[in-house]
Design a binder for this molecule. Structure first.
Ligand SMILES: *[C@@H]1O[C@H](CO)[C@@H](O)[C@H](O)[C@H]1NC(C)=O
Ligand SMILES: *[C@@H]1O[C@H](CO)[C@@H](O)[C@H](O)[C@H]1NC(C)=O
Ligand SMILES: *[C@@H]1O[C@H](CO)[C@@H](O)[C@H](O)[C@H]1NC(C)=O
Ligand SMILES: *[C@@H]1O[C@H](CO)[C@@H](O)[C@H](O)[C@H]1NC(C)=O
Ligand SMILES: *[C@@H]1O[C@H](CO)[C@@H](O)[C@H](O)[C@H]1NC(C)=O
Ligand SMILES: *[C@@H]1O[C@H](CO)[C@@H](O)[C@H](O)[C@H]1NC(C)=O
Ligand SMILES: *[C@@H]1O[C@H](CO)[C@@H](O)[C@H](O)[C@H]1NC(C)=O
Ligand SMILES: [Zn+2]
Length: 453
């Protein structure tokens, strides 16, 4: 009898305590997960039953238009800052800073000066009185603006997904409002075997999907499922490369005419002597590579206004690899190409108390993810390049204007009116069955980009 009472009392305390933990003041906690190199169409090409189960109870954005260059570090920093690479300063996997004369690589990335041009969400959220955590997300083990997340781990590729997940779950149980979790696959396998290798990609995506199952069961086991918002996304896609698609710089220009900062698929070069002469050699180097002087880099790439963008950049066409010499293909799969290419796009899935259920959006800009996360956390966003216009449609509590529907209605009414007034010949009806989708930049039209003549 008394034992029952004591047990009942303990139970009550436990329930009360955990309710206080999870229902704490303010919005639900947010967990952001990235599976590196998860190309959007893997979702259509491979089963992924657990991921599908997750977003069937939430939302799916089929394609995220990410930022140029479509590499891991620039895009992971864009996701947590909402800034284009030229504005956050992490422009490539290999950088040279002409002001400090320092070099950056993904293996030597911990000097804060590279990251201080922006403030990631795990730091901004501290100012709202939140505790934050980041598990191996690029930049999260760097002291940025003299601060770090409340909890973080130094990058170690040998730590398994399960271990990372266990730590993140513990942190979230301890009242962390925002946590970011990074995993290296399917990027690693995509590089090694190429995205067209069904066997290799099928195997690794099954592992990724199993990890998502693990995530869901761990959150259910700890009572976090249903209490927190979860975003699952990625930084970029992957294109199939081939030894038949090599571009050799040495065929066009002696290597001592320039300093190479980064090589493929976007090369960054500093000409040694005559910049115009070096450029004119590179411009005609290969039909599948475009060359730009810094000032002529197309606006739409948002990749110019930064001292760390070098005087000449070269952009290989999809699936082409830039090398200096030889016949050796470094990787069967690669990314970094033009961010207008669908093969470079990742996806976004989300679920949790703040999201609509069973809702899909065909595309969103990846810089919009940051203002979305700020809204979810009620954190005032830092200045950024994103907008909530489309992203708010994913949220349960927001009214959103369905732009295609509204345009459709307006055009419909116009058509009816013009038919009635007999002036329909003067109105151009948009062609195609889905005329009102966001315009896609066709990368094949890049020849229109202003090259320096
Ligand atoms: C929840 O716990 C905090 C301490 O962690 C305490 O300050 C607060 O009063 C508690 N809230 C409620 C509703 O009891
Ligand atoms: C890492 O970068 C710093 C700053 O550019 C440089 O001083 C240092 O030598 C680099 N370390 C390695 C191992 O390359
Ligand atoms: C970081 O702290 C140092 C020493 O306290 C200070 O001089 C510096 O301005 C701070 N940097 C930033 C970005 O806040
Ligand atoms: C992280 O996980 C490891 C291995 O599971 C464990 O030893 C460690 O205590 C955890 N650290 C935190 C802060 O949860
Ligand atoms: C595809 O990947 C598998 C490993 O999963 C490998 O054994 C096979 O040779 C690859 N096939 C091709 C055509 O590269
Ligand atoms: C390349 O370097 C050589 C040797 O320094 C020089 O003669 C030549 O003019 C340079 N070419 C260009 C295009 O800069
Ligand atoms: C992106 O946002 C930053 C910060 O507000 C701003 O300085 C920059 O001009 C913006 N870029 C574009 C292309 O609007
Ligand atoms: Zn990669």
């Amino acid at each position: 009898m008394s034992l029952k009472l004591v047990l009942g009392f303990l139970c009550a305390i436990g329930t009360w305590a955990s309710e206080n933990d999870t229902a704490q003041q303010g919005p639900p906690p947010l967990l952001l997960v990235s599976f590196d190199g998860f190309r959007a169409d893997y979702l259509k090409r491979f089963p992924m039953p657990n991921l599908k189960l997750l977003y069937s109870q939430g939302v799916l954005v089929e394609q995220l238009t990410n930022v140029f260059i479509t590499k891991t570090f620039p895009n992971h920093y864009s996701l947590v800052t909402g800034l284009y690479a030229e504005s956050h300063g992490i422009l490539a996997s290999n950088m040279y800073d002409p002001i400090s004369h320092k070099h950056f690589s993904v293996h030597n990335d911990s000097d804060p000066m590279w990251w201080n041009g922006a403030q990631p969400l795990w730091i901004t959220a501290l100012d709202s009185g939140y505790k934050t955590a980041a598990m191996m997300w690029p930049g999260s083990d760097v002291t940025i603006g003299n601060r770090t997340a409340t909890h973080f781990f130094h990058y170690d590729p040998h730590v398994t997904f399960q271990e990372r997940l266990g730590n993140v779950t513990n942190w979230m149980l301890g009242n962390k409002k925002f946590a970011a979790l990074y995993w290296e696959e399917p990027d690693r396998t995509g590089h090694t075997f190429g995205p067209d290798n069904i066997t290799a990609m099928g195997k690794v995506l099954k592992e990724v999907d199993d990890n998502i199952a693990l995530l869901m069961s761990e959150l259910k086991r700890t009572g976090l499922w249903g209490q927190i918002n979860i975003l699952i996304t990625s930084d970029h896609g992957m294109a199939q490369c081939s030894a038949d698609r090599l571009i050799r710089l040495d065929d066009c220009l002696p290597p001592d005419n320039y300093t190479l900062v980064d090589l493929t698929p976007v090369a960054a070069l500093i000409p040694k002597e005559d910049a115009e002469a070096v450029f004119s050699q590179l411009k005609k180097c290969h039909p599948h590579m475009k060359a730009y002087l810094k000032k002529t880099i197309p606006d739409r790439l948002h990749y110019r206004n930064n001292a760390r963008v070098q005087p000449i950049i070269l952009i290989a066409d999809e699936g082409w690899t830039i090398v200096q010499r030889g016949n050796k293909l470094p990787r069967l799969g690669d990314h970094g190409y033009d961010n207008a290419l669908p093969s470079m796009h990742p996806f976004l899935a989300a679920t949790g108390p703040s999201f609509r259920q069973g809702y899909q959006l065909s595309s969103l800009e990846s810089v919009d993810v940051y203002p979305l996360m700020c809204r979810l956390l009620s954190v005032p966003p830092q200045p950024n390049n994103g907008t909530l216009t489309q992203a708010r449609c994913l949220l349960a509590a927001e009214t959103c204007v369905d732009v295609p529907l509204v345009i459709g209605l307006v055009v419909g009414v116009l058509l009816v009116l013009t038919t009635i007034t007999g002036e329909s010949l003067n109105i151009r009806r948009p062609s195609g069955s889905r005329p009102f989708q966001r315009l896609q930049v066709d990368y094949d039209d890049d020849d229109d980009d202003p090259l320096l003549e």
